[in-house]
Design a protein around this ligand. Structure first.
Ligand code: ASP
Length: 341
C-alpha cells in the first residue's frame, strides 16, 4: 500500500505539469477600442482615416506579440494601450483633450481577471503613459486608485519621469476646447462657470486580452471629456464602470459619457449578466450599451468592447462610429471605424 501511495505521489507532479502545459495552450485574442462618437465617413479625410487604421493595427499587433510569446494578458493590454497613448490621434496620453481650465487631466485603469486585482490613476497631469502608472499602483501598493498629486509623487518614487504640460498639447484638442468654450460663452482658465460637457467625440482607448493561460485582462486610458470641470473624474479609472475583468465571465472596457457608465456600473454589469444570468458576451454587452445606456442617457452615449474566456468578442456602440479592432483566436485581424463595416 505504501509503495502504491509513493508511486501515485510520484505521478502527481507529472499530472500538474501536463495541466500547466494544457493551460499554456489556451487560445489567445485581443480586442481594442480608440473611442466612440460622431465619426462620419463624409467628414473624415482619407489620410486621417488611414492613420487611424494604421495606429489601431499597430496597437493590436503590439498587444498580440506579447500574447504570442506566452506573455500575460495584463502586459498585452498595457502594450496595446501604450501605442494609442503615444499617438496624438487618440484622447489618451499625448493628444488628450483639455478641461475647462485649459489643462490635460488623465485617467487610466487596468484589471486582472484571474485575481481581480486592479490599479488606477485619476487626474494626473504629467504622466506620459497613465496605463503604466495604473499597473504600478496595482503591483506596488495595497490600493486600487491614486489621484492627482499623490499619484504623481508615487510615480516619481517609482522612477517614472514626469512630463511637462507642453508634451500633451496638440493644436487639434486646443481648438476643440476653444470651440466648446465659444459655444457656452466662457473662456479657458476660468473655473467660475460650470461647464457643459460638449461634443460627442470620445477618443478614450481601451483593450481586453486573453493569454495562453486563459487569463483575461482589461484596461482603459483617457483624457476624459473636452471642457470637463477641473477635477472631474470619469468612468475610465473607476473599476466596474469603465474597466472590469473576471475570468469567470469577461473583460470589458468602455468609452462614452462617463457619468452614465459610473451610474450603471457598466462594465461590471456586463460581466455580471454573464456570471449570474447566463447571458453570452454579445447579449450582455448589447443589453448594457443598446438598452440600459440608451434608456439612461439616450443615443450617442458610447460603446464597449468585451471578450469572454473562449475569445468571443462583442463591440456594441450606440454612436455613429467607434474606432475598434481585434485579433481573434483564429489569428484573424480586423480594424473598423464606422457603423456599417
Ligand atoms: N468615458 C470617458 C470619460 O467620460 C470619455 C471617453 O470615453 O472618451 O471620461
Amino acid at each position: 500500500m505504501r509503495y502504491l501511495l509513493c508511486w501515485l505521489a510520484s505521478l502527481l507532479p507529472l499530472a500538474a505539469m501536463s495541466a500547466e502545459t494544457a493551460a499554456q495552450d489556451h487560445p489567445i485574442a485581443i480586442v481594442i477600442h480608440g473611442g466612440a462618437g460622431t465619426i462620419s465617413r463624409k467628414d473624415m479625410p482619407p489620410q486621417l482615416e488611414a492613420e487611424y487604421r494604421a495606429t489601431l493595427k499597430q496597437a493590436l499587433e503590439a498587444g498580440y506579440a506579447v500574447l504570442k510569446r506566452g506573455g500575460a494578458s495584463l502586459d498585452a493590454v498595457q502594450a496595446a494601450i501604450r501605442v494609442m497613448e503615444d499617438s496624438p490621434l487618440f484622447n489618451a496620453g499625448k493628444g488628450a483633450v483639455f478641461d475647462h481650465a485649459g489643462k490635460n487631466e488623465l485617467d487610466a485603469s487596468l484589471m486582472d481577471g484571474a485575481t481581480l486585482k486592479a490599479g488606477a490613476v485619476a487626474a494626473v497631469q504629467h504622466i506620459k503613459n497613465p496605463i503604466d502608472l495604473a499597473r504600478l499602483v496595482m503591483d506596488k501598493t495595497p490600493h486600487v486608485l491614486l489621484v492627482g498629486e499623490g499619484a504623481e509623487e508615487f510615480a516619481k518614487a517609482q522612477g517614472m519621469p514626469l512630463m511637462p504640460a507642453s508634451y500633451f498639447y496638440t493644436q487639434r484638442r486646443w481648438d476643440e476646447l476653444q470651440q466648446a468654450l465659444k459655444d457656452e460663452g466662457g473662456k479657458a482658465g476660468s473655473r467660475e462657470i460650470h461647464p457643459g460637457i460638449s461634443g460627442r467625440h470620445y477618443g478614450t482607448v481601451g483593450a481586453v486580452a486573453l493569454d495562453r493561460q486563459g487569463r483575461l485582462a482589461a484596461g482603459t486610458s483617457t483624457g476624459g471629456l473636452t471642457n470637463k470641470y477641473y477635477g472631474r473624474v470619469g468612468d475610465s479609472p473607476i473599476i466596474g464602470a469603465g474597466t472590469y475583468a473576471d475570468d469567470r465571465s469577461c473583460g470589458a472596457s468602455g468609452t462614452g459619457t462617463g457619468e452614465y457608465f459610473i451610474r450603471l456600473g457598466l462594465t461590471k454589469a456586463v460581466c455580471d449578466l454573464m456570471l449570474y444570468k447566463g447571458l453570452n458576451v454579445a447579449q450582455a454587452a448589447d443589453q448594457l450599451v443598446m438598452h440600459d445606456l440608451v434608456q439612461l442617457g439616450g443615443m450617442d452615449t458610447g460603446g464597449v468592447i468585451a471578450m469572454d474566456r473562449d475569445g468571443h468578442i462583442a463591440m456594441p456602440f450606440n454612436t455613429e462610429g467607434m474606432y475598434r479592432g481585434y485579433i481573434d483566436t483564429a489569428g484573424k485581424e480586423a480594424v473598423f471605424i464606422y457603423m456599417d463595416e
